[in-house]
Design a protein around this ligand. Sequence first.
Ligand SMILES: Nc1ncnc2c1ncn2[C@@H]1O[C@H](COP(=O)(O)OP(=O)(O)OP(=O)(O)O)[C@@H](O)[C@H]1O
Length: 250
Amino acid sequence: MTRTTYSPAVRLREVSKTYGAGAGQVTALDHVSFDFAPHRFTAVMGPSGSGKSSLLHCAAGLDRPTSGSVSIDGTDLGELDETALTKFRRERVGFVFQALNLLPTLTIEQNVTLPGDLAGRRRKHRAAEQLLARLGLGDRIGRRPDQLSGGQQQRVAIARALLADPAVIFADEPTGALDVRAAAKVMLLLRDSVSNSGQTVVLVTHDPVAAYADEVVFVADGTIVDTMDRPDAGRVAARLADLRPRAGVR
Ligand SMILES: Nc1ncnc2c1ncn2[C@@H]1O[C@H](COP(=O)(O)OP(=O)(O)OP(=O)(O)O)[C@@H](O)[C@H]1O
């Protein structure tokens, strides 16, 4: 698949998101404009309640912004009706979330190939087998998700996302439920998909993932307040400490 290097993988323009109405209204995103570069691993970090998940959900087309525009790989999501948006997400966007959404009654291989089957693509079973083997799950393909550890299940979710060769993979706290070693394997896999396969990854996390990301985007009070290229753990921790919400602000 040809990917241009000069246009952003995901473009947000003046994106705002409010929940509720009247006195109870919450502004989760406040006129956010940002370009997520292709073939890069971008981590989105910030204090609890700062708007990270809202940003990810709007950027991924899982939720509509209240105002502003989002485009992925040049397609303006605002121009798509719900059916077209669902099809677009299925074909062009990968998801790796903390809640795995693996189907318990299907085998590992069936879970990985299901999105392609739903999208009517030629069945990619050989490719799925090769990918699962590369991810260290070659001997598990006939098993069901509950026969795998949490870290292995998360690697299955990554395999499922990678198999579709999406324009971008969005990950929301994918390592939140894993121990340190399993989490490191998952992060390495995502890193590897960017470095070796040219994937684009946008990841929301609280974990100290600086070592894996090309760039960290810092969110506070519904806006992007800073970015850091080639981040290191110390600088990321210091920046996050600065951003902790002040008592009574939110
Ligand atoms: N469905 C909703 N209805 C009302 N308010 C919401 C809803 N979802 C999020 N919010 C509010 O919007 C703000 C941003 O929430 P969001 O979940 O995007 O933050 P976050 O940075 O991802 O937080 P965390 O790190 O705790 O998951 C918060 O004040 C939150 O309470």
